[in-house]
Design a protein around this ligand. Structure first.
Ligand code: AMP
Ligand code: MG
Length: 354
C-alpha cells in the first residue's frame, strides 16, 4: 500500500489557476501519480485514466473496494472519442446542456479504457467538470483523468483540501488547494445504457433539470431510499455505506414540526441513557440548543445551501465526542434528493418517521 510518501500541498487560484501548479500536477498524473484537486462538486483524487496501474493506486490510497468503478473526467467533449463505443444523440444533447457541470453519464465502454477504471463492467462513467482547476489540470495532464472523491473510502467526501489531507496525507503525491468545493455533493450519475435514461445517483443536476432535456427521467429506487442489500444495484457504489461520520447517525423524516418534536423526544431518551447527542439541523429549524451538540447546515428551504455544508458538518461531528447524531430530514425536491440520499446512506438506512 502506498504510504508515507510526501504529499505536496499547493494553493491555486480557483478562478484563474496559475500555470505552474497545473503543469506540475499534470506531469505527476502523466507519470502515473495521484493528484487531488477541487471540482465544483467535491474534491477528486485523480489518476491517468488510460493507465491501469495508476488507477490501481487510487483504490489503494482510498481503501476503495475494487468492484466500485470510477468516473473518467475530461476537459472537453472531443476527448470522449476512444473512451466510449459511440455517443448517442441523447448523450450529445445532455453534454450540450449540462457540460461542463455535475452530470456523469454512463455509456458503453470504448477500447481505450482499462478494466481497473470500470471494475470490469462493459460501461464507463464520464463527466466534464466545470471547476477551472479541474479543467486546467486535465488539460495539463493531456489525458483523461479517473477520479473518485478524495476521501478514505466510507468517510464523508472532502469539500476542502484540509479534508483531503486529513484522510490521505502520505498516501498521494499532491493536493491542489483551490478553496472549498461548490455544490458540496457529488455529481448526478445518469445511465444511458438502460432501456430509458435512469438516475443511479442523485447529485448536483436535479431530475427536474434533466427532464427539461429528456422530457422524463427515471430515478432508481436505490438512489432515492438508499436501501441496501436488496438485489444487485445498477451502480456498484450504491451498495456501500458511504459518507458516514464516526458516530451512529439516525435520520428523522416527516413534517418539520413533527420532526422537531420527535428529535427532542429521542434526544431526551438517549441522554437519559448517558449518551452524548449531536443534532444536525438547519438555520430555519426549531431551536435545539439545550438538548445536544447542534451543527446547522444551511437552510432547509434552500437545499443547495444544505448540500454545500453537509459533508463538512458530518466531519465536524467527528471532532466532538457525540455518541449519536440525530439528523433532520428535508424535502427531497431539487438538490434535496441528493442531500437525503447521502443522509440516508450515512445512516446506513436507519430512518425514523416522525
Ligand atoms: P465516486 O467517484 O466515488 O463519487 O463514485 C462514482 C460513482 O459512480 C459510484 O457510485 C460508482 O458505482 C458509479 N459508477 C461509476 N462507473 C459506473 C458504471 N460504469 N456503471 C454504473 N455506475 C458507475
Ligand atoms: Mg466517493
Amino acid at each position: 500500500m502506498q504510504k508515507n510518501i510526501v504529499t505536496r500541498y499547493v494553493k491555486v487560484n480557483p478562478v484563474n489557476p496559475e500555470a505552474g501548479p497545473l503543469a506540475e500536477g499534470g506531469l505527476i498524473l502523466r507519470r502515473g501519480g495521484l493528484v487531488a484537486f477541487p471540482t465544483e462538486t467535491v474534491y477528486g483524487l485523480g489518476a491517468n485514466a488510460l493507465d491501469g496501474r495508476a488507477v490501481e493506486g487510487i483504490f489503494q490510497a482510498k481503501g476503495r473496494p475494487a468492484d466500485n468503478p470510477l468516473i473518467v473526467h475530461v476537459a472537453g467533449r472531443e476527448a470522449v472519442g476512444g473512451l466510449v463505443k459511440e455517443v448517442p444523440g441523447v448523450a450529445r444533447e445532455l453534454m450540450n446542456a449540462f457540460w461542463p457541470g455535475p452530470l456523469t453519464i454512463i455509456l458503453p465502454v470504448g477500447k481505450d479504457v482499462p478494466a481497473e477504471v470500470t471494475a470490469g463492467l462493459d460501461t464507463v462513467a464520464l463527466r466534464m467538470p466545470r471547476h477551472p482547476v479541474a479543467l486546467g489540470l486535465i488539460r495539463a495532464a493531456g489525458v483523461p483523468v479517473a477520479a473518485p472523491s478524495a476521501n478514505t473510502s466510507g468517510r464523508p467526501s472532502p469539500t476542502t483540501a484540509q479534508h483531503v489531507l486529513n484522510d490521505l496525507e502520505g498516501r498521494i503525491d499532491m493536493v491542489l488547494d483551490g478553496g472549498p468545493a461548490g455544490v458540496g455533493v457529488e455529481s448526478t450519475v445518469l445511465d444511458l445504457t438502460a432501456p430509458a435514461p435512469i438516475v443511479l445517483r442523485p447529485g448536483g443536476i436535479t431530475p427536474e433539470e434533466l427532464c427539461l432535456v429528456l422530457g422524463t427521467v427515471e430515478v432508481d429506487p436505490q438512489a432515492r431510499f438508499a436501501n441496501q442489500g436488496e438485489g444487485r444495484p445498477r451502480s456498484p457504489g450504491m451498495k456501500y455505506t458511504h459518507y458516514a461520520p464516526r458516530a451512529r447517525l439516525l435520520v428523522v423524516e416527516g413534517r418539520a414540526e413533527a420532526v422537531a418534536v420527535k428529535i427532542k423526544e429521542l434526544a431526551g431518551e438517549y441522554r437519559n441513557r448517558g449518551k452524548r447527542v449531536g443534532i444536525l439541523s438547519y438555520e430555519d429549524s426549531a431551536d435545539f440548543t439545550n438538548i445536544g451538540e447542534v451543527i446547522m447546515v444551511g437552510r432547509r428551504a434552500q437545499p443547495e445551501t444544505v448540500a454545500e455544508k453537509l459533508y463538512a458538518a458530518l466531519r465536524c461531528f467527528d471532532e466532538t465526542d457525540v455518541d449519536l447524531i440525530l439528523a433532520e430530514g428535508i424535502d427531497d425536491q431539487g438538490v434535496g434528493l441528493a442531500v437525503m440520499n447521502r443522509l440516508r446512506k450515512a445512516a446506513g438506512g436507519q430512518i425514523i418517521r416522525a
